[in-house]
Design a protein around this ligand. Structure first.
Ligand SMILES: Nc1ncnc2c1ncn2[C@@H]1O[C@H](COP(=O)(O)OP(=O)(O)OP(=O)(O)O)[C@@H](O)[C@H]1O
Length: 290
């Protein structure tokens, strides 16, 4: 569905994507995570055909999207602050969505406009930040595009609306599977929706794995310093804190039978690290020494 091979991109000769290769062959919901400036937006813009890669190959449904209307028709890319015309109303934006998306699902659009209580007559610039996010989300979901790209779809939305939005996303994907790529900083919230996760770091692809594999990765071990250091030899320490003779470390290791046994033998406590913390730590530059 999307194929990215050895892609490079620079702004004013400053590289912002280097040697990025990834592929999604199945119609899954995929998360895209990275710290600010990691290159997520640039990657999404390349997939949507807004920019041409300076090196390598980008393909959507088998064709390069840049300058290729036939390929771009497969994509619906809702940007974080989507550039709607300032004179449009909500209804105009929905019309635009229907016009540009051949698989448009009007019933979903109508239902979600009710769910999120959007005023169809209101001009888009007069919407609150959250309501504008909701409108972008409605268009993205109703597009039923083969490749739907949602950049920070929950920006400015309160927790109740975010929950409704995730529910709508899950139902829509179940009814009509397609690739939905969600760029988000709220990975804890979307991880239950996603099948795979793409992690970008400083313009490179750091990881692209099944979300289940990510969920297993990252453990906290705590106990006497000598006991902890005796088991962690050779493993990457991602974070640590010391309390007297005790130490607590996050390791880049799986929450596996092996580690549970190790912890038991050495009298250590073991816990699964949460995904957000784990991702923050694997994209932390400073080395942790104990
Ligand atoms: N139009 C531009 N001109 C020059 N540099 C740019 C431009 N757009 C992005 N960049 C730079 O490219 C790098 C990657 O930016 P990008 O927006 O792709 O990252 P991002 O992961 O989406 O970040 P964020 O989470 O903050 O939105 C950053 O260093 C950014 O400053």
């Amino acid at each position: 569905m999307i194929y990215v091979n050895e892609v490079a991109y620079s702004y004013d000769n400053v590289p912002v994507l280097e040697n990025v290769s990834l592929e999604e062959k199945e119609p899954v919901i995929a998360g895209l995570w990275g710290r600010n400036g990691a290159g997520k937006t640039t990657l999404m813009r390349l997939l949507a055909g807004h920019q041409r890669p300076h090196g390598g190959t980008v393909q959507v449904m088998g064709s390069a999207p840049y300058g290729n209307p036939a390929a771009v028709r497969h994509v619906c890319y809702m940007q974080e602050d989507h550039p709607f015309s300032p004179i449009w109303t909500v209804q105009d934006a929905l019309r635009f969505g229907r016009y540009f998306n051949a698989n448009w699902d009007q019933a979903t659009a109508d239902r979600l406009v009710e769910t999120f209580r959007l005023d169809r007559k209101k001009r888009v610039p007069k919407l609150s930040k959250g309501m504008k996010s909701a409108l972008q989300f409605i268009i993205g979901l109703s597009s039923h595009a083969d490749v739907t790209i949602l950049d920070e779809p929950t920006n400015g939305l309160d927790a109740g609306i975010r929950r409704k939005l995730y529910e709508a996303l899950r139902e829509s994907h179940e009814d009509s599977p397609r690739l939905i790529l969600i760029s988000t900083h709220h990975i804890e919230e979307v991880q239950t929706l996603c099948e795979s996760l793409i992690v970008m770091h400083k313009g490179k692809l750091l990881r692209h794995q099944q979300i289940d594999e990510f969920r297993e990765q990252g453990i906290w071990l705590a106990g006497e310093r000598s006991a902890v250091t005796s088991v962690i030899d050779g493993h990457k320490v991602l974070e640590q804190s010391t309390m007297g003779s005790k130490i607590r470390v996050m390791l880049d290791a799986p929450y596996s039978k092996h580690w549970k046994e190790q912890a038991q033998v050495k009298g250590l406590s073991i816990e699964k690290a949460d995904l957000q913390n784990y991702l923050l730590n694997i994209t932390e530059d400073a080395e942790v020494n104990i």
